[in-house]
Design a protein around this ligand. Structure first.
Ligand code: NAD
Ligand code: 0WE
Length: 262
């Protein structure tokens, strides 16, 4: 018997078997959760359908979070299939690629700013508003994924850092909004992991090397480790935790300087 036995979890953001959402789906499934997976577009559909089979997920459904009607349609199909819901995982971020290069002030513009904030932060509120009424049994849980670039400036992360700062505030405001219904809202701030979203980023190799040297654990973190923390945070074991940003980063954020750098 896992600690998520019979919990129904809706998981967004799987694009490959390296996706953080894939690690979360696996960990939740290992703990006995019942899964539903969403895919962003038709290109990703066959892949997500294959993963759904592997995780024994009960259904898959499309959801591009830039469109209100797709969120509404997703809510209707989850309502129809399950009627109750326990867990929603938001593992979605996007900024136009040219925003993630060079100096922040050279890259940022109104459209890039708006798109990053819309997809990476607003969409979390939209899902919280849409799915919280389905969390009937008084211990529902929302989870999103953030990055240290919300708190510290990082070369190239640029407008995504502002969007993640907004997302982290979003976690606290959603926690306030939903607390009286017993619904908890948290985020995991993960260390850098080689996923599609981290591919083709200039300087990623040196950032990962520095991170391995600086973090107390002396290594990177895996999607399995993020998945396990996610499973815990969305379980009744974490019933006292809400509005929180939990770092799963090998301790990198806690360090000023490391022995290995001397
Ligand atoms: P990924 O590329 O596997 O996942 C990103 C997902 O976002 C994809 O599944 C994509 O389909 C989805 N997405 C983008 N735009 C969307 C839209 N309009 N509608 C619906 N879905 C959309 O990469 P990942 O690293 O697993 O990213 C997942 C989350 O983890 C993101 O929020 C990311 O910021 C966060 N994160 C990643 C790292 C890292 O180093 N990889 C570190 C900390 C936090
Ligand atoms: O949140 C992220 C990346 C999110 C992301 C990635 C892409 C690549 C493809 C958002 N939008 C896009 N748009 C694309 O067109 N991470 C935490 C991973 C990441 O991205 C960085 C990092 C790290 C770490 C960008 C610069 C510096 C560090």
């Amino acid at each position: 018997m896992g600690f998520l036995t019979d919990k129904r979890a809706l998981i967004t953001g799987i694009a490959s078997n390296r996706s953080i959402a894939w690690g979360i789906a696996q960990a939740m499934s290992n703990q006995g959760a019942r899964l539903a997976l969403t895919y962003q577009n038709e290109k990703l559909r066959p892949r997500v359908e294959k993963f759904a089979q592997e995780f024994n997920a009960e259904f898959v459904a499309p959801c591009d979070v830039t469109t209100d009607s797709q969120i509404d349609t997703l809510q209707e199909s989850v309502q129809e299939k399950w009627s109750d819901l326990d867990i929603v995982v938001h593992s979605i971020a996007f900024a136009p690629r040219e925003q993630l290069e060079g100096m922040y002030l050279d890259a940022v513009n109104r459209e890039g700013f708006n798109q990053a904030h819309d997809i990476s932060s607003y969409s979390f509120s939209a899902l919280a508003r849409s799915f919280s009424p389905m969390m009937h049994n008084g211990n529902g849980s929302f989870l999103t994924l953030t990055y240290l670039g919300a708190m510290r400036s990082m070369p190239g992360y640029n407008v995504m850092g502002l969007a993640k700062a907004s997302l982290e505030a979003n976690v606290r405001y959603c926690a306030q909004s939903l607390g009286n219904q017993g619904i908890r809202v948290n985020a995991i701030s993960a260390g850098p992991i080689r996923t599609l979203a981290a591919s083709g980023i200039r300087g990623m190799k040196s950032m990962m090397d520095y991170y391995e040297k600086m973090s107390p654990l002396g290594r990177g973190v895996t999607i399995e480790e993020v998945g396990n923390a996610a499973a815990f945070l969305c379980s009744d074991l974490a019933s006292g935790i809400t509005g929180e940003i939990v770092y799963v980063d090998g301790g990198f954020n806690s360090v000023g300087f490391s022995q290995a750098m001397l």
